[in-house]
Design a protein around this ligand. Structure first.
Ligand SMILES: Cc1cc2nc3c(=O)[nH]c(=O)nc-3n(C[C@H](O)[C@H](O)[C@H](O)COP(=O)(O)OP(=O)(O)OC[C@H]3O[C@@H](n4cnc5c(N)ncnc54)[C@H](O)[C@@H]3O)c2cc1C
Length: 317
């Protein structure tokens, strides 16, 4: 059973947006290769939800059910995916470069003795193989990567690939998925505050840096974010100062985000910060220093005091 496979991502039995992005990108690749998209779904009691993936170009779903798959664990997913992929022998395997995909991708590629291009921002087909474009050196250069092993694997950066509705219902086939030996179990899940928008899925982000001066001033950003349905992010300096939790950090050692709009307030634009948000579609920088590096990356540069501009902006919207 060759073709293009995707590894679906679900939380609490619901597919995450990244799954639809990967399915849509896979459909495009499959069309060019003259093949079809198969989704590998691992979960517990979610067979009924699987056909929905057809909407995003998936022709067939292979569904593996089990308590061990209710929530993601490295071992259970790696063991089951490796066995099913070896069995099905797809040409291409795609997944999200989400937290789950980052954990799973490298291990799975090693298990399958193939290569993986991670955190890709574009995919093309060349001479019957996928060519994946991915940032290197904190986004300073972009490399085109062709995997020679089989299957060719790639993980796709969230929010970069469009969700395209192209089909109806997918055929769902139950498969026996073996979690194998699970050496680590999930002891506790500390969910983000209810109603808080996940940074990696946010379409708008308002971010603050050392220029915010103190933790309490982030209330200004929270207020603006509330008005425009945005998530609040932070630079590492703001996190290191204890003003924001590490889960809010954007950058090389934080989260990689690709919103439609990123508003950077009091952030200088160090290369490690740009590595996390440089592929945002529109960047607005509010920084009183006209020479701050963030202005070289921004689409709109506001050279002014953020404590004047942000409240005005909030009032306007
Ligand atoms: C290995 C490594 C990994 C790293 N990973 C990350 C990472 O993941 N994410 C990250 O962000 N950083 C990371 N860093 C740190 C990074 O190098 C910078 O130190 C950090 O991004 C700077 O944060 P900042 O822009 O908030 O602070 P600063 O560089 O101090 O900039 C503050 C900015 O605020 C402006 N400002 C001050 N007051 C105002 C005001 N009233 N109105 C408007 N503007 C004002 C200033 O002009 C200045 O440009 C990493 C560093 C290393 C070495």
């Amino acid at each position: 059973m060759a073709g293009v496979w995707i590894i679906a991502e679900q939380r609490d039995g619901e597919f995450r947006k990244i799954t639809f992005e990967v399915a849509s990108a896979a459909k495009k690749v499959a069309d060019e290769l003259g093949s079809e998209v198969t989704a590998l779904v691992l979960g517990s009691g979610m067979e009924g939800a699987c056909a929905e993936l057809g909407k995003y170009g998936v022709a067939k779903v292979l569904y593996g059910d089990g308590d061990a798959f209710a929530a993601y664990t490295t071992d259970a997913y790696n063991n089951a995916c490796a066995a099913l992929i070896k069995d099905g022998a797809p040409d291409v395997v795609l997944m999200g470069a989400s937290t789950q995909g980052k954990d799973l991708g490298g291990r799975l590629a090693a298990r399958l003795d193939t290569g993986i291009a991670v955190d890709c921002t574009a995919l093309a087909v060349e001479d019957g193989k996928i060519k994946a474009t991915r940032p290197m050196y904190a986004g300073k250069v972009y490399a085109d990567v062709i995997i020679n092993g089989s299957p060719q694997m790639a993980s796709l950066r969230p929010n970069v690939f469009d969700v395209v509705e192209s089909g109806g219902e997918a055929a769902v086939e139950s498969v026996s998925a073996d979690a194998g030996e699970v050496k680590a179990v999930v002891a506790e899940v500390q969910a983000a505050e209810e109603g808080k928008i996940d940074l990696t899925e946010a379409t708008v982000i308002v971010s603050g840096g050392r220029g915010m001066k103190e933790a309490d001033n982030f209330a200004l950003l929270e207020e603006l974010a509330g008005k425009i349905n945005a998530a609040v992010g932070a630079s590492r300096s703001a996190v290191d100062a204890g003003w924001r939790p590490h889960t809010d950090q954007v950058g090389q050692t934080g989260k990689v985000v690709t919103p439609n709009l990123y508003i950077a307030c009091g952030i200088s634009g160090a290369i490690q910060h740009l590595a996390g948000m440089g592929s945002s579609k529109v960047i607005v920088a509010i920084n009183k220093d006209p020479d701050a590096p963030i202005h070289t990356k921004a689409d709109y540069c506001v050279v002014a005091d953020l404590f004047d501009v942000v409240p005005e902006l909030t009032k306007e919207v």
